[in-house]
Design a protein around this ligand. Structure first.
Ligand SMILES: Cc1cc2nc3c(=O)[nH]c(=O)nc-3n(C[C@H](O)[C@H](O)[C@H](O)COP(=O)(O)O)c2cc1C
Length: 221
Protein backbone atom coordinates (compact mmCIF):
# COMPACT_ATOMS: atom_id res chain seq x y z
CA UNK A 1 0.00 0.00 0.00
CA UNK A 2 1.31 3.46 -0.82
CA UNK A 3 2.09 5.80 2.05
CA UNK A 4 0.55 9.23 2.40
CA UNK A 5 3.09 11.07 0.22
CA UNK A 6 1.18 13.83 -1.51
CA UNK A 7 3.68 15.85 -3.48
CA UNK A 8 6.54 14.58 -5.62
CA UNK A 9 9.24 16.75 -7.18
CA UNK A 10 10.93 15.10 -10.16
CA UNK A 11 14.22 16.55 -11.44
CA UNK A 12 15.91 15.55 -14.70
CA UNK A 13 19.49 16.45 -15.52
CA UNK A 14 20.54 14.45 -18.58
CA UNK A 15 21.62 16.48 -21.61
CA UNK A 16 19.99 13.90 -23.87
CA UNK A 17 16.41 12.90 -24.39
CA UNK A 18 16.97 9.16 -24.91
CA UNK A 19 18.57 8.82 -21.52
CA UNK A 20 18.90 5.96 -19.10
CA UNK A 21 18.61 8.17 -16.03
CA UNK A 22 15.45 9.71 -17.49
CA UNK A 23 14.12 6.22 -18.21
CA UNK A 24 14.68 5.07 -14.62
CA UNK A 25 13.36 8.31 -13.14
CA UNK A 26 10.25 8.09 -15.32
CA UNK A 27 9.68 4.48 -14.20
CA UNK A 28 9.64 5.68 -10.58
CA UNK A 29 7.37 8.64 -11.16
CA UNK A 30 5.00 6.83 -13.55
CA UNK A 31 4.46 4.14 -10.89
CA UNK A 32 4.04 6.80 -8.20
CA UNK A 33 1.47 8.71 -10.25
CA UNK A 34 -0.53 5.53 -10.86
CA UNK A 35 -0.62 4.66 -7.18
CA UNK A 36 -1.18 8.29 -6.07
CA UNK A 37 -3.90 9.56 -8.43
CA UNK A 38 -4.53 12.55 -6.13
CA UNK A 39 -0.84 13.31 -5.62
CA UNK A 40 0.72 16.55 -6.85
CA UNK A 41 3.43 15.88 -9.43
CA UNK A 42 5.97 18.60 -10.26
CA UNK A 43 8.59 18.05 -12.96
CA UNK A 44 11.63 20.24 -13.56
CA UNK A 45 14.04 19.54 -16.39
CA UNK A 46 17.34 21.12 -15.35
CA UNK A 47 19.02 20.25 -18.65
CA UNK A 48 16.41 21.73 -20.97
CA UNK A 49 15.55 24.69 -18.72
CA UNK A 50 18.75 25.27 -16.75
CA UNK A 51 18.79 27.31 -13.57
CA UNK A 52 21.52 29.96 -13.54
CA UNK A 53 24.69 29.70 -11.55
CA UNK A 54 24.57 31.54 -8.25
CA UNK A 55 25.90 35.09 -8.41
CA UNK A 56 27.43 37.56 -5.95
CA UNK A 57 24.02 38.70 -4.66
CA UNK A 58 23.20 35.07 -3.88
CA UNK A 59 26.30 34.86 -1.69
CA UNK A 60 25.20 38.02 0.14
CA UNK A 61 21.83 36.42 0.93
CA UNK A 62 23.64 33.34 2.16
CA UNK A 63 25.98 35.35 4.39
CA UNK A 64 23.03 37.26 5.87
CA UNK A 65 21.18 34.06 6.68
CA UNK A 66 24.29 32.69 8.38
CA UNK A 67 25.15 35.88 10.24
CA UNK A 68 21.59 36.22 11.57
CA UNK A 69 21.31 32.49 12.26
CA UNK A 70 18.13 32.21 10.18
CA UNK A 71 17.31 28.53 9.94
CA UNK A 72 13.59 28.86 9.17
CA UNK A 73 13.35 28.67 5.37
CA UNK A 74 10.19 30.83 5.43
CA UNK A 75 12.36 33.70 6.81
CA UNK A 76 15.10 33.66 4.15
CA UNK A 77 13.42 36.53 2.28
CA UNK A 78 14.35 38.81 5.22
CA UNK A 79 17.87 38.75 3.77
CA UNK A 80 16.82 40.72 0.67
CA UNK A 81 17.97 44.37 0.86
CA UNK A 82 19.21 45.42 -2.60
CA UNK A 83 17.82 45.17 -6.15
CA UNK A 84 20.51 42.63 -7.04
CA UNK A 85 19.54 40.54 -4.01
CA UNK A 86 15.86 40.81 -5.00
CA UNK A 87 16.78 39.51 -8.47
CA UNK A 88 18.70 36.61 -6.93
CA UNK A 89 15.75 35.85 -4.65
CA UNK A 90 13.41 35.73 -7.66
CA UNK A 91 15.43 32.79 -8.97
CA UNK A 92 15.71 31.06 -5.61
CA UNK A 93 12.14 31.38 -4.34
CA UNK A 94 10.26 29.19 -6.85
CA UNK A 95 12.97 26.51 -6.67
CA UNK A 96 12.90 26.51 -2.90
CA UNK A 97 9.07 26.53 -2.76
CA UNK A 98 9.00 23.41 -4.98
CA UNK A 99 11.57 21.65 -2.86
CA UNK A 100 10.02 22.51 0.50
CA UNK A 101 6.55 21.47 -0.69
CA UNK A 102 7.77 18.03 -1.78
CA UNK A 103 7.34 14.91 0.34
CA UNK A 104 9.43 12.97 -2.16
CA UNK A 105 12.23 14.26 -4.38
CA UNK A 106 13.18 12.05 -7.35
CA UNK A 107 16.46 13.05 -9.00
CA UNK A 108 17.35 11.47 -12.33
CA UNK A 109 21.00 12.13 -13.06
CA UNK A 110 23.77 10.94 -15.35
CA UNK A 111 27.35 10.56 -14.20
CA UNK A 112 29.46 13.23 -15.89
CA UNK A 113 33.19 13.11 -15.21
CA UNK A 114 32.84 10.98 -12.09
CA UNK A 115 30.22 13.31 -10.64
CA UNK A 116 26.87 14.99 -11.33
CA UNK A 117 26.10 17.33 -14.25
CA UNK A 118 26.68 21.05 -13.75
CA UNK A 119 22.93 21.55 -14.35
CA UNK A 120 22.09 19.59 -11.19
CA UNK A 121 24.91 21.19 -9.21
CA UNK A 122 23.60 24.64 -10.18
CA UNK A 123 20.18 23.68 -8.75
CA UNK A 124 21.76 22.39 -5.52
CA UNK A 125 23.77 25.61 -5.19
CA UNK A 126 20.64 27.75 -5.70
CA UNK A 127 18.43 25.94 -3.17
CA UNK A 128 20.93 25.20 -0.42
CA UNK A 129 21.41 27.56 2.50
CA UNK A 130 23.43 27.12 5.69
CA UNK A 131 22.05 24.80 8.35
CA UNK A 132 19.01 23.98 6.22
CA UNK A 133 17.20 20.82 7.23
CA UNK A 134 14.90 18.94 4.87
CA UNK A 135 14.32 16.12 7.33
CA UNK A 136 11.03 14.32 6.83
CA UNK A 137 11.41 14.13 3.07
CA UNK A 138 12.40 11.15 1.03
CA UNK A 139 15.08 11.34 -1.71
CA UNK A 140 15.27 8.84 -4.56
CA UNK A 141 18.11 9.02 -7.08
CA UNK A 142 17.94 7.32 -10.48
CA UNK A 143 21.39 7.40 -12.01
CA UNK A 144 23.05 6.27 -15.22
CA UNK A 145 26.73 5.88 -15.92
CA UNK A 146 28.97 4.64 -18.66
CA UNK A 147 31.01 2.28 -16.52
CA UNK A 148 30.58 0.15 -13.40
CA UNK A 149 31.16 1.78 -10.03
CA UNK A 150 29.57 -0.60 -7.54
CA UNK A 151 31.28 -1.76 -4.33
CA UNK A 152 34.22 -4.02 -5.15
CA UNK A 153 34.82 -2.62 -8.65
CA UNK A 154 38.13 -0.89 -9.43
CA UNK A 155 36.25 2.36 -10.13
CA UNK A 156 34.25 2.39 -6.91
CA UNK A 157 36.55 5.01 -5.31
CA UNK A 158 35.90 7.28 -8.31
CA UNK A 159 32.15 7.35 -7.78
CA UNK A 160 31.57 10.98 -6.82
CA UNK A 161 28.01 10.80 -8.13
CA UNK A 162 26.22 8.57 -5.59
CA UNK A 163 28.87 9.27 -2.93
CA UNK A 164 28.48 13.03 -3.27
CA UNK A 165 24.68 12.99 -3.24
CA UNK A 166 24.55 10.62 -0.25
CA UNK A 167 27.05 12.71 1.71
CA UNK A 168 25.27 15.92 0.82
CA UNK A 169 21.75 14.73 1.65
CA UNK A 170 22.80 13.24 4.98
CA UNK A 171 25.46 15.81 5.88
CA UNK A 172 23.64 18.98 4.89
CA UNK A 173 19.93 18.26 4.42
CA UNK A 174 19.78 15.95 7.47
CA UNK A 175 18.16 13.14 5.49
CA UNK A 176 18.72 9.78 7.23
CA UNK A 177 20.16 6.92 5.17
CA UNK A 178 16.87 5.03 5.40
CA UNK A 179 15.06 7.91 3.68
CA UNK A 180 17.33 7.72 0.62
CA UNK A 181 17.24 5.26 -2.26
CA UNK A 182 19.75 4.96 -5.08
CA UNK A 183 19.18 2.85 -8.17
CA UNK A 184 20.36 3.01 -11.73
CA UNK A 185 21.77 1.65 -14.95
CA UNK A 186 25.47 0.98 -15.29
CA UNK A 187 27.82 0.20 -18.17
CA UNK A 188 25.84 2.31 -20.62
CA UNK A 189 29.02 2.92 -22.64
CA UNK A 190 29.02 -0.77 -23.61
CA UNK A 191 26.41 0.27 -26.18
CA UNK A 192 28.90 2.50 -28.00
CA UNK A 193 32.44 1.63 -26.90
CA UNK A 194 33.82 -1.47 -28.66
CA UNK A 195 36.25 -1.93 -25.76
CA UNK A 196 33.24 -2.52 -23.48
CA UNK A 197 31.28 -4.76 -25.87
CA UNK A 198 31.78 -7.78 -23.57
CA UNK A 199 29.94 -5.89 -20.80
CA UNK A 200 26.76 -5.40 -22.84
CA UNK A 201 24.92 -8.23 -21.11
CA UNK A 202 25.88 -6.90 -17.70
CA UNK A 203 24.56 -3.51 -18.82
CA UNK A 204 21.27 -5.03 -19.96
CA UNK A 205 20.91 -6.85 -16.63
CA UNK A 206 21.66 -3.65 -14.73
CA UNK A 207 19.01 -1.79 -16.74
CA UNK A 208 16.36 -4.47 -16.20
CA UNK A 209 17.09 -4.57 -12.46
CA UNK A 210 17.02 -0.77 -12.21
CA UNK A 211 13.66 -0.50 -13.96
CA UNK A 212 12.12 -3.24 -11.82
CA UNK A 213 13.39 -1.55 -8.66
CA UNK A 214 12.19 1.82 -9.94
CA UNK A 215 8.63 0.58 -10.51
CA UNK A 216 8.58 -1.12 -7.12
CA UNK A 217 9.87 1.94 -5.29
CA UNK A 218 7.54 4.27 -7.16
CA UNK A 219 4.53 2.22 -6.08
CA UNK A 220 5.67 1.97 -2.47
CA UNK A 221 6.67 5.60 -1.88
C1 LIG B 1 30.12 14.80 -20.46
C2 LIG B 1 30.05 13.34 -20.14
C3 LIG B 1 30.87 12.84 -19.16
C4 LIG B 1 30.80 11.48 -18.81
N1 LIG B 1 31.59 11.02 -17.81
C5 LIG B 1 31.48 9.74 -17.43
C6 LIG B 1 32.26 9.23 -16.35
O1 LIG B 1 33.05 9.93 -15.72
N2 LIG B 1 32.10 7.94 -16.00
C7 LIG B 1 31.23 7.12 -16.65
O2 LIG B 1 31.11 5.97 -16.28
N3 LIG B 1 30.47 7.57 -17.67
C8 LIG B 1 30.57 8.85 -18.07
N4 LIG B 1 29.80 9.32 -19.09
C9 LIG B 1 28.81 8.41 -19.71
C10 LIG B 1 27.45 8.66 -19.11
O3 LIG B 1 27.46 8.55 -17.70
C11 LIG B 1 26.43 7.67 -19.69
O4 LIG B 1 26.31 7.90 -21.07
C12 LIG B 1 25.08 7.80 -19.03
O5 LIG B 1 24.21 6.86 -19.59
C13 LIG B 1 24.52 9.20 -19.22
O6 LIG B 1 23.24 9.29 -18.60
P1 LIG B 1 21.92 9.38 -19.48
O7 LIG B 1 21.79 8.05 -20.22
O8 LIG B 1 20.86 9.60 -18.50
O9 LIG B 1 22.09 10.51 -20.45
C14 LIG B 1 29.88 10.65 -19.47
C15 LIG B 1 29.07 11.17 -20.48
C16 LIG B 1 29.15 12.49 -20.81
C17 LIG B 1 28.24 13.05 -21.89
Amino acid sequence: MPTTAQTLLHLDASARRRSFSREAGDAITDAWRLSHPDGIYVHRDLARTPVPQIDEAWTELCDYVLEHQITDIARYREAVHTPAQAAAWEVIEPLLDELVAADVVVIATPMYNFSIPASLKAWIDQVTFPKMSLAGRRFVVAYARGGAYGPGTPRHPHDHQERYLRDFFTGHFAIPEEAMTFLGTELVNSRVDPALASRREAHNASRVAALAAAREIGRAL
